[in-house]
Structure formats: C-alpha cells, structure tokens
Design a protein around this ligand. Sequence first.
Ligand SMILES: Cc1cc2nc3c(=O)[nH]c(=O)nc-3n(C[C@H](O)[C@H](O)[C@H](O)COP(=O)(O)OP(=O)(O)OC[C@H]3O[C@@H](n4cnc5c(N)ncnc54)[C@H](O)[C@@H]3O)c2cc1C
Length: 404
Amino acid sequence: MRKVDVLIVGGSLSAAGTALRCRQAGLETLVLERKKLPRHKMCSGILSPRGHRFLKENFGKIPEEALHTPKLCRGVNFLFPDRSQMPMDFIEGPTPHLHRKFSDCWAIKSAGVDIDEETEVVSFEDKGDRVVVEAKNPEGPISYEAKYMVGADGPRSTVVNHLYPEYRKKLKWFMVMQKYYKAETDLSEEFFHFFIDDTLGHYPWTHIESGEWIVGVGGFLQDNMKHRHERVVEVMKQRHGFVIGKEVRKEGCPENFGLSLTNRYEFGKGRILITGQAAGFLNMMAEGMSCALHSGSHAGESVAEALQTNKNVEEIYRLRVQDEVKHCSDQWNPFQILVAQPHEANLKQGLFAQGPLKAAYWSKEMIKFCKQFHGLGWGKDILRGSLRRILTGDYGTPYSIPKK
Ligand SMILES: Cc1cc2nc3c(=O)[nH]c(=O)nc-3n(C[C@H](O)[C@H](O)[C@H](O)COP(=O)(O)OP(=O)(O)OC[C@H]3O[C@@H](n4cnc5c(N)ncnc54)[C@H](O)[C@@H]3O)c2cc1C
C-alpha cells in the first residue's frame, strides 16, 4: 500500500492548485485521476482574468496546444429578445480560451507531483490519524494511505457524496446540454454570448470553439432540454442569422449549481478537505476555473500548515478559504452588484453604453430572467447572506468546526 502525506482526488484545476502548494511545501503528494490524461472536459473554456493571473504566476505561460481558437475572449455579451446586444469587455482585457483537455493536463503535470491515472476513488475512511483510501484501476482494486486527503473531484464528487450523503440527495441538480455545429452566424466570435430571455430557460448560451459554434442550454432535471435547445436554435436563426451546415456532436452533464449563491459550501471534515466545484465554488456565468484554482491552493496551503503546526486542518482551511467564499458569493450578491464591481466583465459600463432607455429595458429583461429561479427557495438564503455581508463583512461560513 502506498503511503503519502497528501492524496488528492481528481486531476483537474483545483487539484493542480492543491498539488502545487503541497509540492512547494515539500510534501509527498499523489493525485488520483479516474480518467486517462489528457481527458475531455465539457467546458466553454473562458478563463477569467483572475484565473489567468493565477495560472501565469504559478504555472507560467499557457502552452499554445492548451488553447482553442479564437485564442482570446474579449468578454461576455448579453443577447435580448429585441435583438439588442449588451457587450461587456473583461476589465483587464481579453483572456485565454482554454482547451480543457490539454490545459488541465498541462496544469496538473506542471504541479510536479505523482499522478496515478485511470484510478478512481471509490471509498475512504478517516481513521483519526490518517485516511485509508480504496480505489480501482484497470488492474483491479488498490489501496492507499495518506495523512490528509483533498477532494478535488468536481460537481459529482465521490468525496462529498461519502461525507454528506443526506445533503447531496437534497440538492436540486442542474443539467447542461450543448451541441456543436459547423455554422454561420452574425454574432461576434470574440465574445461568450448569453441569452437574457426567459422563454429560453435558465442558462442559454452560444460561442465559437475551434471553428464550431456551440449552442447550449441549462435547466433542472424535470425540464425538457431537447425542446429548450430546439427553441434556442430557432431564436439563433431568427435573430442572429444562424445557418447550420452540419450538427457535429452533442453532450451534457449534471452540475451542482446554486451552492455559491446560497452560501452552502462543503469544506470537508476531519482530515479530509473539499475544494473547487466539489465544494460548491462556481462564479457568475458558470465560471468555475478561477475559484477552483484559488480554493485548491488554499487547501494545499492548509495541509502544509497543519503538518507544520500540528493544528487542525479543517479549522485552518475554513479560515483560509474565506477569501474565496467572499469573492465567489459576492458575484451573486445583489447589494455587491449594485455598489461594487464583483464581476470581471464590465457590467455597469455595458448596461449604460446605449443610453438610459436601453439600460431600463435591459434591466427589466434581466429581472424577468432571474424570476425563473423563483420557487427554489434561494431568495431567502441570498438575502440572509447579503445582509450578513453588509453587517459583518463576510458570509458567516463557520470559521471553526461545525458542532455536528
Ligand atoms: C458546459 C460548461 C461550461 C463551462 N464553462 C466554463 C467557462 O467558460 N469558464 C470557467 O471558468 N468555467 C466553466 N465551467 C465550469 C468549470 O468547468 C468547472 O467549474 C471547473 O472545471 C471545476 O474544476 P474542479 O477542479 O473543481 O473540477 P473538475 O474540473 O470537474 O475536475 C474534477 C476531476 O476529478 C476527476 N474525478 C471525479 N471523480 C473522481 C474519483 N472518484 N476518483 C478520481 N478522480 C475523479 C474527474 O475525472 C475530473 O478530472 C463550465 C462548466 C460546464 C459544465
């Protein structure tokens, strides 16, 4: 049985953040990734400027093969029912368009730790002084032992499912589905486009990726995604000169959307930490790479500090990760949106660029769009978190271990 200081479940960006910090602290670190690398990852690949800064500062220049064409994205463009468009440039300028298959592989390998590929964690036990992990690889079952374990295994996290089974069952799962087309449209190739139109469901988007236009939709389990997708394609044709040459392929996946809005992150227990999207980090527009990298690095730093000081790792992590909680939850906080600039695309400049009448129409449509989420019970949590942020400066995620 291999014994290490830190075992990281998952080999994506949050794992890369953790692995790098552990390696920098001189810890024997092992990543278990269930797939063979490089692996496919369903993602638009628009790296936020903050995510870009993290990658540059910690991993160096992103290699060409880790980028899609167009290689840069200027920002986010909202599309409205009257055909008007509200482009919002990233405040720091255009940002890389990552090809996740290769960028994730580059990042995790650059972290410089051992990786066991095609090794899926199936169960684990916190023994108090170590964690025993059971996994399987193509040869069969395999066991590991680690002083600490970090779950960086994404939205359908095995680690979270084991630690919080009841809570996970109660989650309202969000689904996304996208189709790739060889097509023409009059929409700009420089932006990620998002439809603010409540007749198109909760998350309708389009953008180009290496010569193919992607049209995607999101919704909850009970929603008819096929019908929703057809409607978005129809609207693309009517409003944006969308002419399909060929449908290339389609894909979909479930997402744990909603946790960062409602401040219901999961950070782990005992010797097991949770980070990245597994913990619930997801910024506005489903931008999850920057918070995966940052929260991952906090997890790595926490493990290093715990080993140095013999303090409780969970306490250390809950304290360190607060910065990222604030950053992420601020993006969904209506008061922060009104008085501060929590987003990296310039919302206020975009909103007023075409005068007050247009700004009023766009605001009305945005409010209508948000009303689709009514009934999920998120409003109370968002309001509670927002008020707490005003009164205390944070979201009140426990700084010490919860009682139960
Ligand atoms: C359609 C779509 C579009 C998106 N577009 C963007 C975008 O443009 N910009 C952006 O910033 N974010 C985007 N996101 C979100 C972003 O992809 C995620 O938030 C981000 O990848 C989370 O990183 P992570 O490291 O936490 O987890 P993931 O990237 O999900 O990685 C988890 C890893 O763990 C592995 N794993 C899972 N279970 C196990 C196990 N039991 N054992 C071993 N390994 C395991 C998986 O194979 C995977 O490699 C998008 C997401 C979707 C679905």
